[in-house]
Ligand binder design. Structure first.
Ligand code: UTP
Length: 295
C-alpha cells in the first residue's frame, strides 16, 4: 500500500516539475582521440579558451540547472580538479566565470566502474535523479546556443522524453543514432523508432541524435532491460527504443551549432571556427590562416 502511494506522488512530481538536474557522462575511453587521451580525459581537451567539459557545465548552468552529476572513471581525475575553485590570484575572464558558476551549482561525481557504454554510464545517475526528469549532456559535445535550454522549454510543454537531433548528410548516418519520426509541430516530431548507427540503406531518416536529451526517469528501468549491443556496450539508443514502446517520445530539430569533440577532425574544426569568432583572438587567427593558405 505504501509503495503504491509513493508511486502516485512521484508521478505527480514528474508531471509538474521543471527540469532541475543534469547528468554529464564523461567516462568514455576516448579511443578516437589517442594519443591525446593516453593520460588526459578527452573531456579536458581545450577548445580555444576552455576544456570541453567546461562548456558543457556552463550550458547546464545557463539552462537553469543547479545540480549536476558528472560520470567519471579510470583516468578522469583531472575533471574533478577542474571544478574546484581556482587558486590563481591573477584574474582571468573564463576562470572567473567558472568560479562564479561554481558558487551557484552543486557538482557531484560518480565513477563508472567499467566503461560499458553510454547507457551503462547513465544508469549511475539513478539515485541522483530520484524520479525527476533530467537533462543528459554528453561531456564531449558543445552546442551553441545552449541546446539544453531549448529542450527544457519543450519538455515543459510536452512532459515527454525529448531527444535533440540534427540533419546530417546521407553518407554520415552510419555514425549516429538515427530517429524515425512523424512531424507534429514546427521542429518537434513524434518518434516512431530509433536505430543506432544504421547503414545508409537502413536509415529511416537523416535526423541524427546529437548528444542532448531530456529523459523521464522510466529510462532507468529500460536501461536495466537493455542487452549489450554494438561493441558489447549498453547502448542508450537501445534503451530509448524500449522507452519509446512504453510512452511517447519527441525529437527536436536543433537549429544551432553542434561540435563533436570526440574525433580529431571535428575537434580541430571547432577550435578554428570558435577562434575565428573570438573577440580576443579572432583577428590574429584570421590573418594567420590567410597567411598559411598562401604557402
Ligand atoms: P563516445 O560514444 O564518444 O565513446 O561517448 P568513447 O568511448 O568516449 O569514445 P571512443 O569511441 O573510445 O573514441 C560519448 C560520451 O559518453 C561518455 C563519453 O565520455 C562521452 O562523453 N561515455 C561513453 C561514458 O561516460 N561511458 C562509457 O562507457 C562510454
Amino acid at each position: 500500500m505504501v509503495a503504491k502511494g509513493n508511486k502516485k506522488t512521484k508521478t505527480c512530481r514528474v508531471n509538474l516539475m521543471r527540469v532541475r538536474k543534469a547528468i554529464i557522462p564523461a567516462a568514455g575511453m576516448g579511443t578516437r582521440m589517442l594519443p591525446i587521451t593516453r593520460a588526459q580525459p578527452k573531456e579536458m581537451v581545450p577548445v580555444v579558451h576552455k576544456p570541453v567539459i567546461q562548456y558543457v557545465v556552463e550550458e547546464a548552468y545557463y539552462s537553469g540547472i543547479r545540480d549536476i552529476l558528472i560520470i567519471t572513471g579510470r583516468g578522469k581525475r583531472a575533471i574533478e580538479d577542474h571544478f574546484d575553485r581556482s587558486v590563481h590570484s591573477k584574474a582571468e575572464k573564463y576562470s572567473e566565470e567558472l568560479d562564479r558558476i561554481l558558487d551557484e551549482v552543486n557538482i557531484f561525481f560518480v565513477r563508472q566502474k567499467e566503461q560499458r557504454g553510454l547507457g551503462d554510464a547513465v544508469r549511475y545517475g539513478e539515485s541522483f535523479v530520484d524520479e525527476e526528469p533530467f537533462a543528459l549532456l554528453l561531456g564531449d559535445t558543445i552546442t551553441l546556443p545552449p541546446c539544453t535550454r531549448e529542450l527544457i522549454d519543450i519538455h515543459q510543454k510536452y512532459k515527454t522524453s525529448i531527444v535533440a537531433v540534427e540533419e546530417v548528410p546521407a553518407d554520415k548516418v552510419s555514425m549516429y543514432g538515427i530517429v524515425k519520426v512523424r512531424e507534429l509541430d514546427e521542429g518537434v516530431h513524434l518518434i516512431d523508432d530509433l536505430v543506432e548507427k544504421p547503414s545508409v540503406e537502413e536509415a529511416p531518416s537523416n535526423l541524427a541524435i546529437l548528444g542532448r536529451y531530456i529523459l523521464n526517469p522510466e529510462i532507468f528501468e529500460c536501461i536495466r532491460n537493455t542487452k549489450p549491443g554494438r561493441k558489447n556496450e549498453i547502448q542508450l539508443t537501445d534503451a530509448m527504443r524500449i522507452l519509446n514502446t512504453r510512452e511517447r517520445m519527441h525529437a527536436y530539430v536543433f537549429r544551432g551549432r553542434r561540435f563533436d569533440i570526440g574525433n580529431k577532425m571535428d575537434w580541430l574544426k571547432a577550435n578554428i571556427e570558435l577562434a575565428v569568432e573570438d573577440e580576443e583572438l579572432g583577428d590574429g587567427i584570421r590573418e594567420f590562416i590567410e597567411e598559411v593558405m598562401k604557402r
